[in-house]
Design a protein around this ligand. Structure first.
Ligand code: C2E
Ligand code: MG
Ligand code: MG
Ligand code: MG
Length: 281
């Protein structure tokens, strides 16, 4: 989780003298305002069927429309929100908003799309998370099968039996579960066997140089083969080129996500995207 976040977290403070703590307190206060005054919004990035390019699902990715600093990416505020506990409210809002938006998006669509929502380990472990998921589904009317929760490997490693039980309860609702950024943590492929999950998302770092780095090619191939043997669906994230696309089709990856198909876009823009990606220009 920290991987993508560390580097850019405080970039807009660069140059100021040792303000980290004061600035973090300030950021925390501002984030509270953002939560209360509707400054958060969701962007959506398509996941396509690898072979047909047909849009099948969306990942909801939070953005912060900051009153003076412009549009902030999660790398600027998620890890702070995890430390302050504000992530609970943030993730709750994202879950609720995404379920509602999906009903708008699916209205008049021939084949309904699913939505994937990222859940912080801090949030997942909290009592009441299960009820929150149930409530979001009830209030929005979204079919449970249309919701997928993305959790990280680390969560499972630390999580032991309690986490597995919670996952099972969530699965029993009909909600799907994906392991995000797979390959960056320390869990082994065989460990996946014990988890009641549906999907493995291979981390972007393995996809990036899949056509040139033999080691990564082998890792991706290993993940796909093993995951399929376990009956799991495989998604590759961070697909940026036609070469990577071709390669991943050959390796029988199920779904693909990345800038090559579409960047994350706001809802209005999403509604204008074609059903099959990448868009021919
Ligand atoms: P993630 O869940 O692994 O999401 C994928 C990230 O990769 C997104 O960054 C997305 O914009 C980016 N990405 C997608 N395709 C490409 C590509 O082809 N090339 C490159 N270079 N990047 C690509 P984003 O939106 O900045 O989000 C970063 C991370 O923040 C997410 O990683 C996720 O861990 C976290 N996050 C985002 N939204 C939420 C949320 O609502 N709640 C929580 N707890 N975490 C969130
Ligand atoms: Mg994700
Ligand atoms: Mg991911
Ligand atoms: Mg990632």
């Amino acid at each position: 989780q920290a991987k993508d976040q560390g580097r850019n977290t405080w970039e807009w403070y660069a140059g100021e003298s040792d303000p980290t703590t004061r600035e973090q307190i300030e950021l925390r206060r501002e984030l509270q305002e953002a939560l209360e005054h509707d400054q958060l919004l969701l962007y959506y990035q398509p996941l396509v069927d690898a072979r047909s390019g047909k849009m099948k699902a969306l990942e909801a990715l939070v953005r912060w429309q900051h009153p003076t600093r412009g549009l902030l990416l999660p790398g600027n505020f998620i890890s702070l929100a995890e430390r302050t506990g504000q992530i609970i409210d943030l993730d709750h809002w994202v879950l609720w908003r995404a379920c509602k938006d999906l009903n708008i998006i699916n209205t008049g669509r021939r084949e309904a799309l699913s939505v994937a929502v990222n859940i912080s380990p801090v949030h997942f472990r909290r009592n009441g998370f299960f009820d929150e998921v149930k409530q979001a589904l009830e209030e929005s009317g979204l079919k449970p099968e249309r919701l997928e929760l993305e959790v990280t490997e680390g969560l499972m490693m630390a999580g032991s039996e309690k986490s597995i039980e919670l996952l099972q309860n969530i699965r029993n609702l009909g909600v799907r579960v994906a392991i995000d950024d797979f390959g960056t943590g320390f869990s082994s492929l065989s460990y996946l066997r014990q988890l009641p999950i549906n999907t493995v998302k291979i981390d972007r770092s393995f996809i990036q140089d899949i056509t040139s780095n033999r080691m990564n090619t082998a890792i991706v191939e290993g993940i796909i083969t093993m995951a399929h043997h376990l009956g799991l669906e495989v998604v590759a994230e961070g697909v940026e080129s036609p070469e990577q696309h071709k390669d991943l089709i050959q390796r029988r990856c199920d779904k693909l996500q990345g800038y090559y198909f579409s960047k994350p876009v706001p809802l209005a823009k999403l509604l204008e995207l074609p059903q099959v990606l990448p868009e021919k220009s």
